[in-house]
Every structure is written in C-alpha cells, then in structure tokens.
Ligand binder design. Sequence first.
Ligand SMILES: [Zn+2]
Length: 243
Amino acid sequence: MVRDPIRIVPLHPAPGLAPAVSPQLTYRGGPLLSAVEVFTAFWGAEWQGADARLMAQVNNFFTYIVASTLMDQLGEYSMPGVAIGHGSLTGTTTITDQQPTSPVTDAQIRSLIQSGIANATLPATTPNSLYFVYLPPGVDADLGGQRSCSAFCGYHDSIGGNVYYAVMPYPGCSGCTGGLSTLDALTSSSSHELCEAITDPVPGLGWYDDSNGEIGDICAWQTRKLDQWIVQLEWSNQSGACI
Ligand SMILES: [Zn+2]
C-alpha cells in the first residue's frame, strides 16, 4: 500500500513508535534546502493586536534558529553539491485584508501563498524559500479533511514541487501544546517542520523513512532547550538516535 508521505506534526502524546526496524532515513533524490530562506506570514488581525508580542517572539526564534547549531546538526544530510548549512529569516508580514475563517483548507493556504507571491506581498520564490504561515487563535487548518487539534498540529508541503511552505495553526488545545506554553509549543512544532522542510521539502522525495516518516516524526514531542528556545529533537542517522 502506498501512503501519502507523513508531513504533519502529530498530536501530543506522540504515537509510540515501536519500529520493527531501527529508523534510518534514506535519500530519495529530490531537492534539499541548503541555506533556508524563511519568510513568516501571520494571518489574521490578532497578530497586530493581542498576539503581536507572540509574533515578535516567533520571528526572534527564526532569526536565531536558522543560524544555530540545529542547522549544523542537519549537515549530516548534505549531498554532493548541496551542503546544508545556515539560513536566514528574510522577512515577515501580517495578512489582514481577509480574515481567515475556521477551518482554513490547504487549498486556501496555497492560494494565499500563490497570490502573495504574484502581488509581491510575499517574496519571490528561490530554491531555498520556505514560507511559514501562522493561523490565529480559534482557526483550525484542514488538511485533506483532517483538522488541526484533532489530527495534527502543523504540516509542511510543496506547491508544484518547488514552492515550499509550512502551516502552523495556533496551539489552542492540549494535543498541540503538550504541556508547554503557547510560545514553546509553537517553537517546538516550528522547529519540527523547519528541519523536515530542509531535509525533505517535497515530502517523501528527500530524506525519508518508509516506516517512520521524516526526520522530526521519529522524535515527535521530544524537546530540548537551545539558547532560550524549546526545539524538538531530530533523528540522526549518524548517531542512531534523536538528538
Ligand atoms: Zn513531521
């Protein structure tokens, strides 16, 4: 049976992985992001009001994390001619001309990104671009009929195999906070999707494990503190462990 590649952050507690074989990511020949260029888009008027501070914190997180030892750690997944290293936060925006209504479908997210690129409210796509879309409180994401907070806490994907994006619903349920503060839950899930989008930007065509999914799925909800930020552990083939 061919399943869709795993591209979500699962709910907390993570489904216990008791793999028949030890996790081992293998490279499937697709693109990788060598120097990720993250652009964050916060959808909804709340991000200019009650959640403005949270938005600023998430952007500070990205400024730090894309130039941190977490990126160095991903270097083991470099390929000849594609050295995975540090990236940058290239910018941020709030989208307030249309308020999202729950649930926001993946088709609506794709259309938002594509129209944003077309009208230059989002930066033009490069081979390293990664658009992160954040939803406001009370707005679920709908991915193929499954909803955030009941089936997942975030996901990443590609449009047409060359426009890479991640969707981060506001963690407004225990399944998506996992006992963490809102900020810590957001940075943990964002680090999960960031590392997966770098190593497997077209889900299933980069570094992938048919039994266990992508780099972050194997270690879902195992976290650590890096500087002041909570990040998720990621699978290391070299260490044979979540690190
Ligand atoms: Zn994942």
